[in-house]
Design a protein around this ligand. Structure first.
Ligand code: ATR
Length: 294
């Protein structure tokens, strides 16, 4: 009997050693009986495309993209999903050949975040006041899908307010189409009593404070940091101390991975058992490595 054809995938970035994506995709593959080989692809900062091209020549079907290449990945693809166009950044590439139209860029971060909030945490976003902190790649990837949930209001705040304005401007037509008031502002001007606060800044990586005051949270609010592991801890402790429900980015990580897996393989894995397993592994005492992204 011939050995089954194995398609290769990887998380491409720099650094990637910390990534949990190979573990997550191995669990998805086992669950859905897909034969794939998902690894880590460390890309030199000045040769992302050549590294990917070599990977494709080895029979790769796609990759996830992480820091700092999400914008470059978007630029180099021939085709883009609408949500990647809104983000102007890609976390997923599918290496379709020229006859199929060429490489496809997608961004599954936002749909992963939305699914984690609405399904895993059971918190609806529709009709709620939502505050998103940060205007870098992480926030760019999630703003469009957050708008689609039709919150009552969406405030985008960033240390560099011009970046928040530029990101909001790019999403204003999308927001209007969904009847969502979208406002960009400085961190000092966010206002108060949000139902859902999402931290997409890298503040905690540098050991920084949570960049807004506790007035930003309504009692019983959901406060989510897109990071997980030790990097998320200061934010989670702060949120818990304010009486909020604190949530890290592990669920988002698993959900965005499931969406990428679906794009590549046409099968949607059941995320609940994978998230439960990952949660146990990340919370285990041995897991002391700083982890911040996928
Ligand atoms: P990522 O791809 O993870 O979003 P990024 O594009 O470098 O990374 O964006 C980092 C975000 O965290 C930015 O919004 C950044 O604010 P600036 O645009 O003002 O640089 C924000 N950030 C980083 N350190 C911060 C801190 N100490 N306080 C507040 N915001 C911070």
């Amino acid at each position: 009997m011939n050995a089954p054809h194995v398609t290769r995938y990887a998380v491409a970035g720099n650094p990637v050693a910390h990534s949990r994506s190979p573990r997550i995709h191995a669990l998805f593959a086992e669950q859905t009986r897909q034969t794939i080989d998902y690894g880590r692809l460390l890309c030199p900062l000045d040769s992302f495309k050549p590294t990917l091209s070599a990977f494709v020549a080895q029979g790769a079907g796609g990759c996830n993209v992480t820091v700092p290449f999400k914008f470059e990945a978007f630029e180099m693809a021939a085709r883009h999903t609408p949500r990647a166009v809104l983000a102007q950044a890609a976390n997923t590439l599918r290496f379709d050949d020229a006859a199929q139209g060429g490489w496809l860029a997608d961004n599954t971060d936002g749909v992963g975040l939305v699914r984690d909030i609405t399904v895993n945490a059971g918190v609806p976003l529709q009709g709620r006041r939502v505050l998103l902190l940060g205007a870098g790649g992480a926030s760019a990837g999630v703003l469009g899908p957050l708008i689609e949930q039709r919150p009552a209001e969406l405030v985008l705040a960033n240390r560099t307010v011009d970046k928040a304005r530029a990101l909001a401007d790019r999403h204003q037509a999308w927001a209007a189409q969904h009847s969502v008031p979208l406002r960009a502002c400085a961190l000092a001007d966010v206002g108060d009593h949000f139902d859902v606060l999402i931290n997409g800044t890298a503040a905690s990586l540098g050991g920084g404070e949570v960049p807004v005051g506790p007035q930003a949270l309504k009692p019983g609010a959901l406060a989510l940091d897109m990071m997980y592991g030790p990097a998320a801890r200061p934010f989670l402790d702060w949120a818990t101390a304010q009486g909020a429900t604190a949530r890290d980015g592990l669920g988002m990580l698993v959900e965005q991975a499931a969406e990428s897996f679906h794009l590549w393989r046409g099968v949607r894995p059941d995320t609940a058992p994978v998230l439960a397993l990952l949660r146990a592994e990340v919370d285990a005492p041995a897991a002391h490595k700083p982890e911040a992204a996928k």
